[in-house]
Structures are given as structure tokens and as C-alpha cells.
Design a protein around this ligand. Structure first.
Ligand code: ZN
Length: 1223
């Protein structure tokens, strides 16, 4: 049992005593007390229960007794706490939190956990508390906090028994947050773990496959899905979902052959999916779409109808039905179908678009404009600009346009970055519980919180919806929807299909309950009301032979609008198509990341029919799942129970939902991630209050490096004697600093904030005139002084007579023209700004595609880009003689005018110059640099690693055209870096001091970016607002930029130029401290540390005389921790009878990393028997080894150092007398 189990027992015992005392004191109420106390057996049973059982206890049927017991325990604890006026041991609250969690009473669990948190300073040592807290946050969709809590668990206890569940949930949350790299890593970590968790490995594999699909890696996705189908005993639901994904992917993507082939594949997959799950409305819907796209109208209608029968009215289905009618020249029917669609989903951009085109075709521009406006307002509409142009065109062209006419407004909520703090959630729950006894102020508060909560939920939905429909192309169900990416030719395509359509005469009659009546605020909605309303809609399919069918009479009858005549229905489509096609082909991707999984990350949700809506819509798909995201409420689906998350997603649950709910329960995971409030009046809630959060505002704990007073440096014998008595279970944490150190936290913003006029500080610069200047010792000290985040050494190349020509493109081509170049394809952005690809708003995300080429080819590109610009320049000059200064105009316009579309450029990056044979002259030239800036030197920590870390202790080259961008980052493990501009053009640098990295990290999180892994370009306005100082300067050819330890920076090329760069680790306390801090932070974030700090620390102890006492103590302290860990682990293994095999080390053998989780593994390597026999030596850390083989029976343990050797190194590492006065 873990700590918490123990503490529970004591708490329970204490409680028993306490209760007895009280009972004795109040004899009159003795019997009552009696009934409130727990028996010994009950206490024992409860002793084993904490958050780790979540998802594994049954509370129904045979678990009813457990439920009763938990209920009783909660009751007892609560009454005791009440009597003691809250003055009880903090463990009581923790335990109460666990019990409530197991009972799925999340708000009470949260409240109890928060009491514990506030009382228990070292709460972070309690893994089951952190785990319980994470689960509660997860339930409330507070992913930001759930991620933190879960990461803390793994940090303080990497061998936590629910590590698998944590990885699974982290994977899901990162998927929702579009942090796909992290998501994949966690799914894989979950998959290798043979412990139980709430999803089967088939389901986890499904998520991985779907993750590929989400990232548009369709071939990998297809492969992964197909692999899943091979799996034995694949559950039917998973099978159905996999087949559905495959079908829909084939429909949308060119994965195989021509159009006919891919549609036939798609149809086959979908039919098989329906065999596995005949009740999936979604699959029927997809099937309809496939039939429709190959002109099988009859089959399409039948499928759509099945879809509606199976899954209730879906806006997508109705929209597609509308399309089908429109293609058949049945505009009235199309109209009705579209109206159904927008009634079901007011934000259905595609349906509004289609409706607009329909009206336009009937020469009713006002109505068309209204529809387009509604489409444009939809959060899922990403081509608003094209729409706006269209609207403008119509407005200008339409004489009858009445500007004063008021449009019907669809409630399109502002995007509030809403988030309720757990405190507020808890408060809300309390207020709700006491709804009847509130004073007016509290009532008001409740109302406000309710509306905030609702907005929060809605925003989540919308975010998801936006993600699901990454661009208009994906949500447009317009007539051209059938074209995969709507590029060209959709108009012709449409004509081709529509002429081939056979008219059907059947009546498609819908059951009366299939169209939930809503209060529609669009005038259009009145259509449905009159033409059928709840009574059911009958699609009259009169044969329409005439091309020029007048819509007017009917339309005006329904809407009461003045009609403007009729149109050639057929004729309409063309220009409309053009419009849509244009809209769609504009580069829209990128800014709205494809959120794939729904906001209900509910693991289980995913595999159920309905869950497809959440999950199953790859980026490729167009329509599915819209309704999930949008129907935060409907008249029917009021989420009264937590498990109704799924039913909230769709109006009036039917069979499919039923199954889905069942499977949720069967997975026994916390039901619905969406805790939905009763649906009434949501849309009217106006609260736009921005909630200021930090919930459990984590204390600024973690001085990772112990303060100097801590550092007693005992001799190794004492240490080892002490640790002989430590735990036997195979100590797992490899935190190199303290036995248990608190999880690292980013620094909060420095206080007091800098005044605004200090936010553009001058950049520390040094001008060199000659070689002596360059070798003047204070230069080194200036650069490494922590007060200077960056130093520009001007004129360095000249002073040292460096031959920069060796790095010119011409020389590089001559030297190694076939050498490989990594290429980043980027958008040419206005100077120092970063816009979304459509140029609508400034964003932080700046993802770029990666590819590879050769130096010769990039050189060609670089040269031709230069020539082209010369030509353009000349043309401009001849056209407008006086037009010159476009730099100033571009900045003047910033923020006002729309940007874009942006030209794409290619940036040749990370070119590896490590090979001494290939780059002999170049590398030799760099030895002319002063020692502190050299690639290799005795004073450079990276020269003591003993092996190559590409790009860090070797040189990298960058080949640039104007606008090439290196996104924001700190160097690996916070090392210093050296960068020399070769020229001929300049580079512009942006630099933020190290102590602000926490602020930038926050900005990244707010923008759904991973500070460590994603590509981001800070918005300077955001930084200014947040009082973050930014150094900004131009690096000219021959200038060396020294980036100090931990400095955040980002760079863009002003002209055509090459740069060379590498890292340096000065032997300073500051550098070592920051490197170790980042090492720990990386561990918390599951990111690999390129610098193996443990390995390096031992090498330093062996090779370096350290005279700085601060640095010395830090190194010594780290060595001590590692020594202790080695010893403890070793003894535990031996005690468990595990043989340790001597393996030793070769010279220059690189440090080892776990092949699974990528933490550094030092000294004791866990290698599978198989890998050992094959001598491939694939290394695992102990925790990962135990995940696949609990008692390590499949592993051998290889030892690389003798304990005596390590002990000797430790003891012999002493503070050297300072020889120079410099430090
Ligand atoms: Zn590992």
C-alpha cells in the first residue's frame, strides 16, 4: 500500500476514537453516534480504497455493498469534520475526496481535495491525491489542470500503479489540445504497459491510428487501422468504428486509384462497418454521401433515411439531403432540407451557405445575404473573407437591398477564453445544492456562475467543432462537397453528376419526432413551422421538368418575404460553385488546428457509435460530428446525470446513444466528460466575464537546486550506509536532486513588473576592433554574466580575420553539393508579425512543413529567389518611381488591414557540419575564435560529455532567404549558444530574458502550444501587455550573437544569408543550475533531454577542477543523489534475487536513454533477454521495464560502473583552490 492507504488507516482509526469520545460526551445522542461510526471491518475495507480504484470498482449490482459503504464513510467523515469545525487531520479531507471520487460525486471530491491541498504543504508527495485531483479535473474538462496533476504524479512516482491510465488520459487531452507529438508519446507509453486501464489495447491503438488521421498522415492511419482489423477478437464496436473511419477516409482522400475505385472501397468499408454495427446512423450517413458522389441517388436517399432513423435528426444529414435535392433540381425540397439542417444547428455554416446559394439562384439576394451572414458568423466558417466579398457583391448588385432591414441574428457567441476555476466550480456546486436557501446576492452569483459554466461548455463544444471542421472545405456540404478538397473542377463535376441524376418519385417521410422544434430566430425557420414543423416533414418530390422553376410563390408564402422573382435553378450553381471553390481553395489550414477528438475526451466515448462524432472525424472528413459539437443543449437532451454526456451531444437519444451509454458504463470510467447543466436559457446567458483562474495555484515550490545551506557533502561511506536501510522495493524515482523533490514549476513573472518604458531595453553589444579585443578576458565574463541575456559581438569576423567566405553558398556547393539540407516551408510574414494563413488574425502558432533537399538544390533556390526579387524590384521602380519605403507601410497597416495571402518560402535549416573530413577547412577556421566561444574547449561542458550531440557540440549551418524564421525557443537544456552571421544579408533577433520563460510558457499553453515541442512565434503585443521585456536587434554579417543560458529567442532573416551556430556550456554555477532545472522540467513534460546531465556530472567530477564553490556544491550534491540511487536500486535488485551482470563501458560510449520513455538511464541498464542475446542492448529504465514485465523476468540488468569506482570519483571530487581571480 502506498502512503495514502496508510494514512487512511490512521485517519480511520483516529476517526473511530474521535467518534467514541464524542459519543461518550453526549450520552443522549449515543445511539445516533453509534450508527454513524464505522466498524472495524468497514474501516479495514475502506483502508484500501483511494483514487487508484477509480474506474475499477463496481458500484452497481454486486458492487452495491461497496457503494453503501462508501456512502456511509462519506457521511461519517462529513459529520465528524462538521463537529470538529473542520479542525481535523488533513488526511481526512484527502480520504473524503477519494470516497467522493469513487462515488462519482465530483464536486464534493474536488472540494475535499482542495481542503487537503490547502492544509498539506507537501501535498505533492501524495501520488494518489494528485491522481484523484487529476481525475476530477479531467471530468470537468479542466485539461490544463488535469495535465498538470497527472504529470506531477508521474514525476513524484514514475512507478505509480495507474501510470497507464494517466498516459492514456494525457494522450487524449493532448490530442484535444492538438499537441499531437505529446499525445502519441503518451498513447505509446500506455500501450506498452501491461497493467490494466479503462481502455483495451485495441482501443488505444484505435486512438493512435486516429491520431495519424488527425494529422493528415493518411497512409500511416490507413496502415494502423488495417493492422487493427487483423487483431484477433477485435470487439465489434471497435471494428465498426475502424471500418467507418477507413470508409470515410477513402471517400475523402486519394488513397487508392481513381475516383470510382476509391468510392467503391469506401462503400465496401462502410457496408462492412454496418455489418458490425447496423445501428450506426453515422455510417449510414457516410454511405449516403458516397452513393451521392457516384450519382446513385436512390441509394443515397435510402442511406440518409436510414441514418435519420438510426441516429435522429442530424444537421449534416439534412444538409446532404438538401444537396441531393438541389442537384436534382428540386429546389423546394432542397430548401426544406436545408432549413431542417439550420434548425437543428444554427451554426451549420455549410447549410447556410447552401441555402444562400439556393436563394441567390432564385434571385433573392437579400435572403442569400442573410444566409451568408449566418454562415460567416458560424464559428465553423473559416472562409469568412470570401463570404464577406460575396456578401458585398450581392449588396452592391442588389438594388432592392434594404440596408435598414434588420437581419435575424443568430446568437453567435463571442469567443471568450472562458474557464472556471475549480474553486468557482465548487462554489457553483455549493450554490446549486442550496438553491432554495439563497439570499439575493447569492442567487445572482449562482446565475452568473451558471452562465459562465454554460459558456465554458459551449466554448468547448465550439472549439471542438472548429477543429473538426478545419476549414470551410470540410464543413461545406454544398453541392460541391463531394469533391475531396474542392479544388478545381467542382462545378463541372457537379454538372456532370446532376445531369446524370434520375428523378425519384418516392416520398421521403420523416417520423414526427425527428425534427425537434426549436425556437428559431431565423426568419427562415418559419418555413418548417408552416410546412411541417413537428408534424413531420414530407418531401414532395414532384417531377420537375422545367429548368426555370419558380420558387417564388412557395418561398414567399412561407417566409413572408417580398420576393424578387425567380431564377434559373440550374444556372445558379455555376457561379456559386465558383464562389465556394474560391473560398475553399484559399489556404485555410493551420490556424484552426484540427481538433479531433471531441471535447468529451471520455475515453470510452470514442468507440461507441456516437463517439464517432467526437472522435471519428478525421481531418479529411467534412461533416460528421458537427452536431455533437453544437448541440450544447436541445429541448430534449438535458443532461441530468453525468453519464448523459453523450446524449447531450445529440437530440433525443435513441438506440445508438443507448449503446454508447452502455459501453461507457461498462468501461466503468467516469461518465461523460461533459458535465452539462440543464439546458434552459443557455444562449441568453450574457456573461462575458473573463474568469481569472489559477485554481490550485501551485505554490512556488521547487528550488530544484538545493540552496547552499542544504549541501552537506558527507563522505560516500556515510551516504551508502544511510541508504542501506532505505526501501527494498526497488526505488524508482530517478530525480537526481532530492529523494523526493517537488515537481518543478516554471517561474512566475518577475515582480515588480517592469514599467512599460523599460520593455525595449538596448541590447548589450561589444564592438571589436582587433584580435586583442576578442581575447580580452572580460569579454567572456560579460557574455556569461546572467544579467546579459544576450550579447552581440560586433565585427568579430573582421577582428579575427575569419574567412567567412568558407561558409558562403558558393563555397558550400563546391565543397559538398550533395550534402543534405532540412527544409522548412514557411509563409513569408510581415516583419515581426505572425498571422494565421488567411491573414485574419495574429497568432502564436507557426507550424511549417518539413522536407529535405541538398545544398546544391537549396543554393539554386536561394539564388533564384534573389534574382526574382531583383526583377520585382526593377519592375516596381519602373512602375512607381517614388514608391520605396514599404517597410514603414507594412508596419503602419499592422492590425488594421487583413494580411495575406502569403507567399511561401523555404528555409534551409539544421545542416549538419559535424563531419570533420567533409568540412575540414570550415571547422578549422572556427578554431580561431576565442576559447569561450569555440565548438570544443576545456572550459566547455559540452566537450566533457564524451560523445557527439548533433547540433550542440557540433556546428550547424542555416541557409536563408528573407523571412526565414527560427521560431521561439530556449536552447537544449538551457545551454548557451553561439551564432555567426555569414551574410551577405542581415538577421533580426528577438530576445527575452530567462526569468520570463514561465510567462512565455503560459502564453504557449493558452494558445494550445507546447512550449518545448511546438513551433511558436510570440506576438509582441501580447508580450508588451504582459510586461515582458524584448531585446531586439539586427545581426550583420560577421557579428557573433551569444545567447546566454536559458534566454528565449526567435530570429528572422532580413536578407539572403547563411548562419552557423552551436552550443557552449560555460563552467558556471548558473549554467549548471539552469541545465539541471531544464533536465527535470523535461522529465516532467516527458521530453527527452539532449544533454545527459547525470552522465555529464560524473564526467565533470572526473575531468574538471572546479573552483567556484557554488558550482562545486551543486555538482557534488547531484553526484550524491545519484550515488544513493545506484546503491539503493542495486541492493533492491539483489535482495529480490535479480542478478546484475557486469557490462562495463567502452570509451566514448554515449550516455543511455530509455528506449520507451526517453529518460536518461545511468549505470544500471535494463535490457530484454532477447536484446541482450542479440547484443543490440536496447535500454529500458527500470519503470518501463517493470511495466512490461512486473518482476523483470524478461530483463537482464547490465551494470556499467563498479560502485567502488563511483565512490572513489565522488570522494576525490573536491573544491579546487581558485587560481585566477576571475571567478
Ligand atoms: Zn523508461
Amino acid at each position: 500500500m502506498k502512503s495514502c492507504g496508510v494514512s487512511l488507516t490512521t485517519a480511520a482509526v483516529a476517526f473511530g476514537d474521535e467518534a467514541k469520545k464524542m459519543a461518550a460526551g453526549k450520552a443522549s445522542r449515543e445511539s445516533e453516534e453509534e450508527s454513524l461510526s464505522l466498524t472495524v471491518e468497514e474501516r479495514e475495507a475502506l483502508g484500501g480504497m483511494d483514487s487508484r480504484l477509480f474506474g475499477f470498482v463496481r458500484l452497481h449490482e454486486d458492487g452495491a455493498r461497496t457503494k453503501t459503504l462508501l456512502g456511509k464513510a462519506v457521511h461519517c467523515y462529513e459529520s465528524l469534520i462538521l463537529k470538529a469545525e473542520g479542525k481535523v487531520d488533513s488526511d481526512f479531507f484527502c480520504q473524503l475526496g477519494h470516497f467522493n471520487l469513487l462515488l462519482e460525486d465530483y464536486s464534493k471530491a474536488l472540494s475535499a481535495y482542495q481542503r487537503y491541498y490547502s492544509l498539506q504543504a507537501d501535498y505533492w508527495k501524495n501520488a494518489s491525491f494528485l491522481y484523484g485531483l487529476g481525475l476530477v479535473y479531467f471530468y470537468y474538462n479542466a485539461f490544463h489542470w488535469a495535465i498538470k496533476a497527472f504529470q506531477d504524479v508521474l514525476y513524484v512516482d514514475p512507478s505509480f500503479c495507474r501510470a497507464k491510465e494517466i498516459h492514456l488520459r494525457l494522450g487524449l487531452m493532448f490530442k484535444v489540445n492538438t499537441d499531437y507529438k505529446s499525445s502519441l508519446k503518451h498513447f505509446q507509453l500506455a500501450l506498452i504497459d501491461c497493467n490494466p486501464c479503462t481502455l483495451s489495447s485495441a482501443e488505444i491503438q484505435f486512438h493512435i491510428a486516429h491520431l495519424y488521421e488527425t494529422q493528415r498522415k493518411y497512409h500511416s492511419a490507413k496502415e494502423a487501422y488495417e493492422q487493427l482489423l487483423q487483431m484477433e477478437n477485435l470487439p465489434a464496436q471497435v471494428k465498426a468504428t475502424v471500418l467507418q473511419q477507413l470508409g470515410w477516409m477513402h471517400h475523402n482522400m486519394d488513397l487508392v486509384g481513381d475516383n470510382a475505385t476509391k468510392e467503391s472501397f469506401a462503400i465496401q468499408y462502410l457496408q462492412k462497418s454496418l455489418e458490425a454495427d447496423p445501428n450506426s446512423g453515422q455510417s449510414w450517413y457516410f454511405l449516403g454521401r458516397c452513393y451521392s458522389s457516384i450519382g446513385k441517388v436512390q441509394d443515397a436517399f435510402i442511406s440518409y433515411r436510414q441514418s435519420i432513423d438510426k441516429s435522429e435528426a442530424s444537421a449534416d444529414t439534412w444538409c446532404s439531403i438538401g444537396v441531393l435535392y438541389q442537384q436534382q433540381n428540386q429546389p423546394m425540397d432542397a430548401l426544406q432540407a436545408y432549413i431542417c439542417a439550420v434548425q437543428l444547428d444554427h451554426g451549420h455554416a455549410a447549410a447556410w451557405m447552401d441555402l444562400g446559394t439556393l436563394y441567390e439562384s432564385c434571385n433573392q439576394p437579400q435572403d442569400a445575404i442573410k444566409c451568408y451572414l449566418n454562415a460567416a458568423r458560424s464559428k465553423r466558417c473559416s472562409n469568412t473573407s470570401t463570404l464577406a466579398a460575396r456578401i458585398k457583391f450581392l449588396q452592391n448588385g442588389s438594388d432592392s437591398w434594404n440596408g435598414g432591414q434588420s437581419l435575424s441574428h443568430h446568437p453567435v457567441q463571442q469567443v471568450y477564453s472562458l474557464c472556471l476555476t475549480p474553486q468557482k466550480l465548487q462554489h457553483l456546486e455549493q450554490l446549486r445544492a442550496n438553491r432554495d436557501n439563497l439570499n439575493p446576492a447569492q442567487k445572482h452569483q449562482l446565475e452568473q456562475l451558471e452562465s459562465q459554466f454554460v459558456l465554458m461548455q459551449q466554448m468547448r463544444h465550439k472549439e471542438v467543432a472548429r477543429g473538426l471542421h478545419k476549414s470551410q472545405s470540410s464543413c461545406l456540404s454544398g453541392p460541391n462537397e463531394e469533391q475531396p478538397l474542392f479544388s478545381t473542377g467542382s462545378a463541372q463535376y457537379h454538372q456532370a453528376t446532376s445531369t446524370g441524376i434520375k428523378k425519384s418519385n418516392e416520398h421521403l417521410t420523416l417520423p414526427s419526432n425527428s425534427v425537434p422544434q426549436r425556437d428559431a430566430d431565423s426568419h427562415l425557420s418559419s418555413h418548417t413551422a408552416t410546412s411541417g414543423g413537428q408534424q413531420g416533414i414530407i418531401f414532395t418530390k414532384e417531377s420537375k421538368s422545367s429548368k426555370n422553376r419558380s420558387l417564388v410563390p412557395e418561398t414567399s408564402r412561407h417566409t413572408g418575404d417580398t420576393s424578387n422573382g425567380c431564377a434559373d435553378v440550374k444556372g445558379l450553381t455555376n457561379h456559386v460553385h465558383q464562389l465556394i471553390a474560391d473560398a475553399v481553395s484559399s489556404p485555410n489550414h493551420g490556424d484552426s488546428p484540427d481538433l479531433l477528438i471531441a471535447d468529451n475526451p471520455q475515453l470510452s466515448a470514442l468507440l461507441i457509435g456516437k463517439a464517432n462524432d467526437n472522435v471519428g472525424t478525421g481531418t479529411c472528413d467534412k461533416v460528421n460530428s458537427i452536431h455533437v459539437a453544437v448541440h450544447t443543449k436541445t429541448d430534449h437532451s438535458v443532461a441530468s446525470s453525468p453519464s448523459s454526456a453523450i446524449s447531450t451531444a445529440t437530440p433525443s437519444p435513441k438506440s445508438t446513444e443507448q449503446t454508447s451509454i452502455n459501453s461507457v458504463t461498462s468501461l466503468n470510467s467516469p461518465h461523460g466528460g461533459l458535465h452539462t447543466v440543464n439546458g434552459e436559457g443557455l444562449e441568453n446567458s450574457q456573461s462575458s466575464t473573463k474568469v481569472d483562474l489559477p485554481l490550485v495555484s501551485h505554490r512556488s515550490t521547487s528550488q530544484i537546486i538545493p540552496s547552499m545551506s542544504v549541501s552537506i557533502c558527507p563522505s560516500s561511506t556515510e551516504v551508502l550506509k544511510a541508504c542501506r536501510n532505505l526501501g527494498k522495493n526497488g526505488l524508482s524515482s530517478s530525480c537526481i536532486l532530492l529523494d523526493k523533490c517537488p515537481p518543478p514549476r516554471p517561474p512566475t513573472s518577475p515582480y515588480p513588473p517592469l514599467p512599460k518604458d523599460k520593455l525595449n531595453p538596448p541590447t548589450p553589444s561589444i564592438y571589436l576592433e582587433n584580435k586583442r579585443d576578442a581575447f580580452f578576458p572580460p569579454l567572456h565574463q560579460f557574455c556569461t554574466n546572467p544579467k546579459n541575456p544576450v550579447t552581440v559581438i560586433r565585427g568579430l569576423a573582421g577582428a579575427l580575420k575569419l574567412d567567412l567566405g568558407l561558409f558562403s553558398t558558393k563555397t558550400l556547393v563546391e565543397a559538398n553539393n550533395e550534402h543534405i539540407v532540412e527544409v522548412r516551408t514557411q509563409l513569408l510574414q510581415p516583419a515581426d508579425e505572425n498571422w494565421d494563413p488567411t491573414g485574419t488574425k495574429k497568432i502564436w502558432r507557426c507550424e511549417s512543413n518539413r522536407s529535405h533537399t541538398t545544398i546544391a538544390k537549396y543554393a539554386q533556390y536561394q539564388a533564384s529567389s534573389f534574382q526574382e526579387s531583383l526583377r520585382e524590384e526593377n519592375e516596381k521602380r519602373t512602375q512607381h518611381k517614388d514608391h520605396s519605403d514599404n517597410e514603414s507601410t507594412s508596419s503602419e497597416n499592422s492590425g488594421r488591414r487583413r494580411k495575406g495571402p502569403f507567399k511561401t518560402i523555404k528555409f534551409g535549416t539544421n545542416i549538419d557540419l559535424s563531419d570533420n573530413k567533409k568540412w575540414k577547412l570550415q571547422l578549422h577556421e572556427l578554431t580561431k575564435l576565442p576559447a569561450f566561444a569555440r565548438v570544443v574547449s576545456a572550459g566547455n561542458l559540452l566537450s566533457h560529455v564524451g560523445h557527439t550531440i548533433l547540433g550542440m557540440n557540433t556546428v550547424q549551418l542555416y541557409m536563408k532567404v528573407p523571412g526565414s524564421r527560427t521560431p521561439g525557443h530556449q536552447e537544449n537544456n538551457n545551454f548557451c549558444s553561439v551564432n555567426i552571421n555569414i551574410g551577405p544579408g542581415d538577421c533580426e533577433w528577438f530576445v527575452v530574458p530567462e526569468d520570463y520563460w514561465g510567462v512565455l510558457n503560459d502564453f504557449c499553453e493558452k494558445n494550445n502550444l507546447n512550449f518545448l515541442m511546438s513551433s511558436w512565434w510570440p506576438n509582441l503585443e501580447d508580450l508588451y501587455e504582459a510586461n515582458v521585456p524584448v531585446y531586439r536587434f539586427i545581426q550583420r554579417p560577421g557579428d557573433l550573437v551569444w545567447i546566454n543560458a536559458g534566454t528565449v529567442h526567435w530570429v528572422q532573416a532580413v536578407g539572403w544569408c547563411n548562419n552557423i551556430a552551436w552550443n557552449v556550456g560555460p563552467l558556471t554555477a548558473c549554467q549548471y543550475k539552469l541545465a539541471v532545472e531544464r533536465y527535470e522540467w523535461n522529465k516532467l513534460k516527458s521530453v527527452k533531454s539532449p544533454v545527459p546531465m547525470v552522465h555529464l556530472s560524473w564526467n565533470m567530477a572526473r575531468n574538471i577542477k572546479v573552483s567556484d564553490p557554488k558550482l562545486f556544491e551543486m555538482i557534488k550534491y547531484c553526484l550524491l543523489k545519484i550515488l544513493k540511487q545506484c546503491q539503493t536500486l542495486r541492493e533492491a535488485l539483489v535482495a529480490a534475487g535479480k542478478e546484475i551482470i557486469w557490462h562495463g563501458r567502452t570509451n566514448d560510449e554515449p550516455a543511455h536513454y530509455c528506449s520507451i520513455c526517453e529518460v536518461e538511464v545511468f549505470n544500471l541498464l535494463f535490457v530484454t533477454n532477447e536484446s541482450n542475446t542479440q547484443k543490440t542492448y536496447i535500454v529500458h529504465c527500470q519503470d518501463c521495464a517493470r511495466k512490461t514485465s512486473r518482476s523483470l523476468e524478461n530483463f537482464v540488468v547490465l551494470e556499467q560502473y563498479k560502485m567502488e569506482d563511483l565512490i572513489q570519483v565522488y570522494d576525490q571530487f573536491t573544491l579546487a583552490l581558485s587560481l585566477s581571480s576571475s571567478s
